[in-house]
Design a protein around this ligand. Structure first.
Ligand SMILES: [Zn+2]
Length: 421
């Protein structure tokens, strides 16, 4: 009787594993191929910094002060990437011209010297790492089309009001227009001409080179909408890493929302021009209620999966009234300090450095111990959305989780490579 029961359990287990492999072999293989990191890595990714009032410069200086006060075991200060939007529209000039011609003010404009200098100072102290985030946070021709007299009157008026601001904030634009690399004047959006994309990327490179002395290696697509054409243009101008949410969106749907993703992306995957992808999938927007505890939970989870934790945040969190700004920065500091306390082997770095690690199988930051790689793989599978249903129905998910915890917890030993991190 016991033998029959044992045989039934074994048959169930074999059938469950067979089904899992049959239906999800691509996912299982991709999760195995994705590089496994040998120590916790935490990066703060902040977007939308660019031309703005002197209050923005003060916020950057305060952020730099706090980041510099936080050090990992290797003595490295915390790093915040700056997704730089290099220009804003010259609203008055556009309105004066009847909204038929686009005019911009770039970061090189003397009016933005305080912001520029705050960025440069933080970069020199290795607490800021500039990244591409568009010459504008919209496609200028789409903006002009929405300002045309034949366009929707309510939206046209709202955009005219937006242009009258001394320094228009891209965050205040309609969501669809914030996608730079598509024409969202009419929905669903349509692709932008490759020649226009190439020219726009070259123009952006010129401003970034002027401001920072060199073009950054990392690009962050605005609203995560981009395509192969954009990627090729970036790669031609020196981009070697693209930050993604773990998938790619290529357009806006009829309602202005993000169209369905066109592909799944994992850390270390390669794109056009051999750009290396990094996955950023943890939100930290204190103004929307995210707290340090959320960061700690995410760090725990991603570290267990051998992945870096990239926090996504935006300028809008840091440029409000002074007491709000200080509270947000204090929450960021609490998140980073608590992470250091919980993980003594935590490493701060810029996303460009993470990309190098993802490219280099020999990096000391990469896990080589087979058992620990299997543990990370099991934990990745347990967290995958694709096989989640099969794992639940067959009960295999629970087995995988227990196996991962047993191999990684009960018999846990530090990787001998970890000491090099
Ligand atoms: Zn943005």
């Amino acid at each position: 009787m016991i033998h029959i029961l044992l045989l039934l359990i074994l048959a169930w287990f074999a059938a469950s594993v067979g089904l899992l492999v049959l239906l999800n072999w691509r996912t299982l293989l991709a999760a195995w191929r994705e590089p496994v990191l040998a120590c916790p890595v935490l990066i703060v990714e902040s977007d939308d910094w660019g031309p703005g009032p002197s209050e923005d410069a003060a916020a950057l200086q305060e952020l730099a002060r706090v980041l510099e006060s936080l050090r990992d075991d290797g003595g490295r200060s915390a790093v915040m990437t700056l997704g730089v939007v290099s220009a804003v529209p010259d609203g008055q000039a556009i309105l004066d011209g009847g909204c038929t011609r686009y005019v911009r003010r770039t970061l090189a404009d003397p009016a933005f010297t305080p912001v520029r200098e705050a960025m440069q100072a933080g970069r020199e102290r290795a607490v800021f790492a500039p990244q591409w985030h568009g010459l504008e946070h919209f496609w200028p021709d789409s903006l002009l089309a929405c300002l045309d007299e034949r366009a929707d009157p309510a939206q046209r008026q709202a955009l005219r009001d937006w242009l009258r601001a001394d320094c228009p904030r891209s965050e205040d634009l309609p969501a669809a227009l914030q996608s730079r690399w598509v024409d969202a004047a009419r929905l669903p959006s349509s692709p932008v001409l490759a020649s226009a994309v190439a020219l726009a990327v070259r123009e952006e490179a010129a401003v970034l080179r002027y401001v920072f002395g060199a073009v950054p290696e990392v690009a962050v697509p605005n609203t995560f909408v981009w395509d192969d054409v954009v990627e090729r243009a970036w790669a031609t101008c020196g981009v070697s890493c693209v930050v993604t949410p773990g998938c790619r969106y290529e357009g806006r749907d009829a309602m202005g929302g993000l169209a369905s993703p066109t592909r799944r992306i994992r850390n270390g995957d390669r794109g056009q021009g051999d750009v290396c992808y990094a996955v950023r999938d943890v939100y930290f927007e204190p103004l929307r209620g995210h707290r340090a505890e959320d960061v700690w939970r995410a760090l725990e989870e991603r570290t267990a999966q051998g992945r870096a934790t990239l926090l996504e945040t935006h300028r809008s969190n840091f440029v409000g009234p002074l007491e709000v700004r200080d509270a947000v920065i204090a929450e960021l500091e609490r998140a980073l300090r608590g992470s250091l306390t919980a993980h003594h082997d935590l490493r701060f770095m810029a996303t460009a450095e993470l990309a190098q690690i993802l490219r280099d199988a020999e990096s000391p930051f990469r896990e080589r111990d087979l058992r620990l790689r299997v543990v990370a793989w099991l934990r990745r599978i347990a967290a995958e959305a694709g096989p989640a249903r099969i794992l639940k129905i067959t009960g295999l998910g629970s087995v995988i989780r227990r196996a991962g915890n047993f191999l990684g917890g009960v018999n846990f030993r530090r990787s001998h490579y970890q000491a090099d991190c």
